[in-house]
Design a protein around this ligand. Sequence first.
Ligand SMILES: [Zn+2]
Length: 367
Amino acid sequence: MNASLKQLTLAPMMLEPNRVWRFYTGGKMIDRFKGVPNPVDSLYPEEWVGSCVQATNPGEHFRLGEGLAVISAGLSEPVALKTIIETFPEEMLGAQHVRTYGANPALLVKLLDAAVRLIIHAHPTKAFARQHLNDCFGKTEAWFVLETRPEIADPYVLIAFREEVSRSRYKEMMLKNDIDEMMRVMHKVPVKAGDVVYVRAGVPHAIGAGIFMVELQEPTDYSIILEQTCPAYTFKQEECYLGLDPDITLSVIDHRVYTLEEVQRELVIKPHVLRKEGESVEVQLLGYDTTECFAGRRLEVKGKLSDDTAGRSSILIVLDGKGKLVHNFGEIPLERGVELFMPAAVGRHEFLTNSQVTLFKCLPAQA
Ligand SMILES: [Zn+2]
């Protein structure tokens, strides 16, 4: 078993579908993206791609193992990706990564499709997680908008405070459930396909209705719930503050006032071309110059694009087009919706296509 598992770490790994229950509806766009017949919205609006993170849904919605990605291709029975990584950490994640983060992939990737506006929330910083949660990861995240629903006229996200809001005033709004006022004090930023938004840990935020995105995050499921009622669930007090004293948890919320220019400059990230090969390009959507937590790139392949894992793992999602990935031990057909975990041990590989194929490449925290 282990010998065949080890062999697997030399080639890209096909990821099985991995939808996760959440407290809001959506997911129709994920169904469509993955070619599922009769796409529908449901309470499974997220796909956790190559995840080694347990979903911590509240109350009776907690299910052990939910969120953990599974590999079955090439195996007699399915195995959790987390198990393979813990068995062969260096082959899977790379030696330098393992020295820094152990067998933690230091990345959580999601496809997220919101049919409704999500509740206003925030996430802890690394420093807070270290001090109060006994964890070295908080949850900085970033949004890469793939599509918006045509029936939504003005897709937007809410992010950061646009006026001075004292902690006591904000707490009052929360207690009164004054959602209009909570929304009013935040920036409402219009978004469209291709936009990239960086969400620093601590910054309050919410995704508007009708947005389908790739989301990159630190590898945790810590959320601080600021708006406690949503259509599918009403949070109990003890579910909102990471199990800690509310005042301690709310102290991590970033009350900095951003001007619209600061939001556009610091939180809306501009992509740029990293390299070209013939007509193919690798575009940096968000890089380590923004955060050490992860990087997101787009591979736009026309003809051929060579790549190398260079001793690091990555996750690939085929966004569009058709082609194949040729590696040292074979090849994998690529089409929209295919998701792959690329072990560090894969090394050099090539993307080939007769027309075009576009992939999203996710890289973990800088080691
Ligand atoms: Zn969030």
